[in-house]
Design a protein around this ligand. Structure first.
Ligand SMILES: C[S@@+](CC[C@H](N)C(=O)[O-])C[C@H]1O[C@@H](n2cnc3c(N)ncnc32)[C@H](O)[C@@H]1O
Length: 257
């Protein structure tokens, strides 16, 4: 979503996530997932207590493309409120999960809700981070659309990925920019080994869940700024319309170094 991939919009995005996280903390309205979800014919099997988040969990499951995280170390960059990290530990049986996010409020929520020994969370910028550990898997789900510098992000990922490790990457992309994004991954020293257009399942998830997720935003007032409509991917949002008409596409990549 190129016009948002600059420092100015990046700060607006992260401030919006901060406000949303703050609101969540003071109202106690915690939800662990922030992605658009994925609609499949056969849902992933999960326990009743997680069923409300079935579409979000389906999406995490989908981006792994049948790879198993059992007994691995996982880093999620842009971990949001920790739902993905929880998924990797509870259902994937990962040994350890490290969640990194630029939003201080989101990291506070992660630390409050996921505090057993498998989890570690810290505040960090996806485009400028170093960790003194390497990981079997790096995950980035629906977070990179607001990064001001994707090349820096891919370089940071390469630096923390083990030699045999894999990077699972999924987001909304401007269709006409996919080639440029893929070449940035190559320039950073990464190789794409799998790629799937999953727009259809994400669009179906928005169609099915939008009213439940965004009950007050079925229609926007005339002067609503466009970034609000992008942030809030309801049925009447620009993002939904563009996913439907092909201007935007939701892709997931499996990448090695
Ligand atoms: C749509 S949420 C997705 C969160 C999570 N992956 C999920 O699926 O629930 C995007 C997250 O990316 C984070 N983010 C945005 N820009 C970032 C940056 N430059 N560095 C690290 N995290 C960032 C936001 O704070 C937010 O938590």
């Amino acid at each position: 979503m190129s016009k948002f991939n600059n420092k100015f919009f990046s700060n607006i995005w992260v401030s919006a996530y901060e406000l949303y996280g703050f609101y969540t903390r003071i109202t106690n309205k915690y939800t662990p997932y922030m992605n658009l979800g994925f609609q499949v014919e056969q849902d992933v099997e999960i326990e009743d207590e997680d069923k409300w988040f079935q579409p979000n969990i389906n999406l995490y499951y989908k981006i792994l493309q049948d790879n198993k995280v059992k007994n691995t170390s996982v880093l999620e960059v842009g971990c949001g409120r920790g739902g993905g990290c929880y998924f990797f530990v509870k259902y994937g049986k990962a040994t350890s999960v490290y969640g990194l996010d630029k939003s201080n409020q989101n990291i506070k929520l992660c630390q409050k809700y996921f505090n057993s020994k498998e989890y570690k969370f810290s505040i960090g910028d996806a485009t400028d981070f170093k960790l003194n550990q390497n990981f079997d898997y790096v995950i980035n789900l629906e977070s990179s659309h607001s990064y001001p510098n994707l090349l820096n992000f891919y370089e940071c990922v390469k630096n923390v990925l083990k030699n045999e490790g894999l990077f699972f990457y999924a987001d909304i992309f401007v269709s006409s920019e996919l080639k440029e994004i893929e070449s940035k991954m190559e320039i950073a020293g990464l190789t794409i080994v799998g790629k799937e257009n999953i727009t259809d399942g994400v669009v179906k998830s928005i169609e099915k869940n939008s009213i439940r997720w965004f009950p007050f935003s079925t229609k926007y007032p005339k002067l609503t700024p466009s970034f609000v409509k992008v942030f809030n991917a309801s049925l009447h949002s620009d993002i939904f319309k563009k996913l439907k008409n092909g201007e935007l596409q939701y892709y997931c990549y499996v990448v090695k170094k």
